[in-house]
Design a binder for this molecule. Structure first.
Ligand SMILES: [Zn+2]
Length: 396
């Protein structure tokens, strides 16, 4: 297994020297979090994370090194433009000239800034479709620590943070093995996992990453694309019910651990129909041309798990449109419709949504795992509960 892992990294990241040696030694007197941080910084596995896209981006740092060809000793800030008509992409740096894409930036200090926001190790800028795509190539375990700090509250129990670290690592590695994007492994938003670079680092999540270093969930001999969410509302769900596509490795499990608390457990919103009508503007291309004002809205299909599959909206002339619940949730706002586990009460001028849970409901429930950790369960028990078909494997 280790051999396969090594070979895969070599294929994926031919530009990086990959070794399976353990992290650099640290002083025995160093505090635990400092040791963990140091070990993660010197790690030898890397992930490519999309962090910015724009016609123009600013990159700065102390002791910048551009493509190992141009070096500066002092602080420098550069404005990059990628709006060239050239097919293979061209990057223009004000005051330095024109460069072929991609372009790599390192710095003596180890920190590089993208529009003032610090990232570690290496930035790669790719010019594509007249946009600069900025990719942070970060030590994988550093990235995991950063993700855990953003996806879960760093003050939560350590065993919950460790369970989150294993889930985040599994998700990352599954995506690295089967990338969905050509120039990077993941994006840094809720589309994949939230990552804000060095500003997101936290001593407790560094410890959680260090304590579970290399551990992933596996199912059918493959690393599980481990989904997780904030609050399941009492029962988790399977990908088929939520996104309409089958993915192995998941069964629905009950989650009685968070009944007593949390505002996400149940929620309700009464929204004026005029507000919904404004939100539906983005559907102009798919709504029937003669569609007038929204007159009524109903759930047209439910799963057994009580999650909504589709909603149907209609005007007063009988024009109607059926929409996937996930799409509808995105249009209205994920913060308002916290999950697709809701029902609708259609009033004269408003629609009331009554729901439970927060997020898609697949895989690990974060509030449930917090409660389990508070009751003394360790991260392995937490993972076993939410991913009962998967087993743990240490990859490195
Ligand atoms: Zn739950």
């Amino acid at each position: 297994m280790l051999h396969g892992w090594c070979a895969w990294l070599w294929i994926g990241f031919g530009f990086l020297q990959v070794s399976l040696s353990t992290a650099a030694p640290t002083s025995p007197k160093a505090p635990r979090a400092v040791k963990a941080a140091k070990a993660l910084t010197t790690d030898s596995q890397f992930i490519r994370v999309h962090v910015k896209r724009g016609k123009q981006v600013n990159i700065s740092g102390y002791g910048l090194n551009i493509d190992s060809r141009i070096r500066f000793n002092q602080y420098k800030k550069f404005k990059l433009r990628c709006d060239s008509e050239k097919k293979n992409g061209e990057i223009v740096i004000k005051s330095l000239g024109r460069f072929r894409s991609p372009l790599e930036f390192r710095s003596k200090s180890g920190f590089l800034f993208v529009s003032g926001k610090p990232y570690r190790k290496l930035l790669r800028v790719i010019a594509k479709k007249k946009k600069c795509i900025v990719v942070n190539i970060s030590p994988l375990e550093r990235y995991i620590a950063g993700v855990v700090a953003k996806e879960m509250h760093p003050a939560w129990p350590m065993e919950a943070l460790k369970a989150q670290a294993v889930a985040a690592r599994s998700y990352a590695i599954a995506n690295m093995k089967k990338p969905r994007y050509s120039d990077y492994d993941l994006v840094s938003t809720t589309m994949d996992q939230v990552y804000t670079g060095a500003t997101g680092e936290d001593s407790r999540t560094l410890l959680a990453a260090r304590a579970t270093r290399g551990l992933v969930l596996r199912e059918r001999r493959e690393v599980l694309r481990a989904y997780y969410h904030s609050h399941c509302g009492g029962r988790t769900d399977i990908p088929k019910n939520v996104w309409g596509r089958s993915e192995s490795g998941y069964i629905s499990v009950s989650c009685p651990f968070h009944k007593r608390h949390q505002p996400q457990s149940v929620w309700r919103h009464e929204l004026p129909k005029s507000f919904l009508q404004r939100k539906l503007k983005s559907l102009a291309s798919v709504l029937p041309q003669s569609f007038r004002e929204l007159a009524n809205l109903r759930v047209s299909k439910n799963f057994n798990s009580n999650r909504v599959v589709t909603v149907t909206m209609a005007d007063d002339r009988g024009n109607s449109l059926e929409l996937e619940a996930n799409h509808f949730r995105k249009i209205i706002g994920n913060g308002l419709l916290k999950s697709t586990k809701f029902h609708i009460i259609d009033r004269k001028d408003s629609i009331e949504f009554k729901g439970s849970g927060f997020g898609h409901g697949v895989g690990l429930c974060q509030y449930g795992s917090k409660e389990m950790a508070e009751r003394g369960k360790n991260f392995k028990s937490i993972l076993k509960h939410y991913y009962p078909l998967a087993s743990l494997r240490k990859l490195y």
